[in-house]
Each structure stands twice: as structure tokens, then as C-alpha cells.
Write a protein that binds this ligand. Structure first.
Ligand SMILES: C[C@H](O)[C@H](O)[C@H]1CNC2=NC(N)=NC(=O)C2=N1
Length: 114
């Protein structure tokens, strides 16, 4: 288990700092399958998970949704036949907070547990 996946999300206020480029370079080492991408001017973390069918993709989507509710932090989820695209960013700061890295690591753990 990576260190990140054992951590809990903290309340993220609008004035919380975004992760710096240096912090991003360190944090991404724990979640190497995630790709930082800028969309609509907002830095996000994205990973595509592959499945054998739609039912498994939907089950994963729901499991990630349950985890998100527990953490009080919510991803973008695009569920398609055989794949789910998960995107993490912090709406409140329009960018990446440590919470997003924690939740990406927890998403990897959900996938590994299926
Ligand atoms: C009021 C509530 O805690 C906030 O709106 C939370 C809910 N989930 C969230 N999820 C994400 N990804 N970013 C947020 O800023 C965020 N804010």
C-alpha cells in the first residue's frame, strides 16, 4: 500500500494552496499510472481503467463513488463499455490539491481489490 492511499482527505478551502510543480513531481511517484493534464485551464489527474464489459466498468464506477463519498472529495467519472476514465481535481481551488493524489491512490486500491 502506498503511503498516499492510507491518508485521509482534508477539508479544502478556496484559499488552500495548489500543489507546486516540485510537489507534483514527488507525489506522482506514488501513482505512476496517472497522467497530469490541463483541461479548460485546470490541472487534473487522469487514468483510464480497462474492463471486460460494461457491468464491471459500472461496478468499479460505483466503488469509486462510494470511496469519494467517504472522503468528501469527488472525481469526474466517464463510464463506457469496457473502460472508466477517472479524473481528479479540486473544484474549490480550480487545480490540484494533495487530496487529489490521495484519492487517485485510493482509486488504484479500489481497482486492485476488484
Ligand atoms: C461542500 C463540499 O465539501 C465541497 O463542495 C467539496 C465536495 N467535493 C469536492 N470534490 C472535489 N473534487 N473538489 C472539491 O472542491 C470538492 N468540494
Amino acid at each position: 500500500m502506498s503511503e498516499l492511499s492510507a491518508q485521509k482527505c482534508e477539508a479544502c478551502r478556496a484559499d488552500a494552496p495548489k500543489v507546486s510543480d516540485e510537489e507534483l513531481a514527488e507525489l506522482i511517484k506514488d501513482i505512476p499510472d496517472w497522467v497530469p493534464e490541463i483541461r479548460d485551464g485546470i490541472m487534473q489527474l487522469e487514468r483510464v481503467f480497462k474492463f471486460k464489459n460494461f457491468k464491471q466498468a459500472l461496478a468499479f464506477t460505483n466503488a469509486v463513488g462510494d470511496m469519494a463519498e467517504e472522503e468528501g472529495h469527488h472525481p469526474g467519472l466517464l463510464t463506457e463499455w469496457g473502460k472508466v476514465t477517472v479524473t481528479w481535481w479540486s473544484h474549490s481551488i480550480k487545480g490540484l490539491h494533495k487530496n487529489d493524489f490521495i484519492c487517485a491512490a485510493k482509486t488504484d486500491k479500489v481497482f486492485a481489490s476488484l
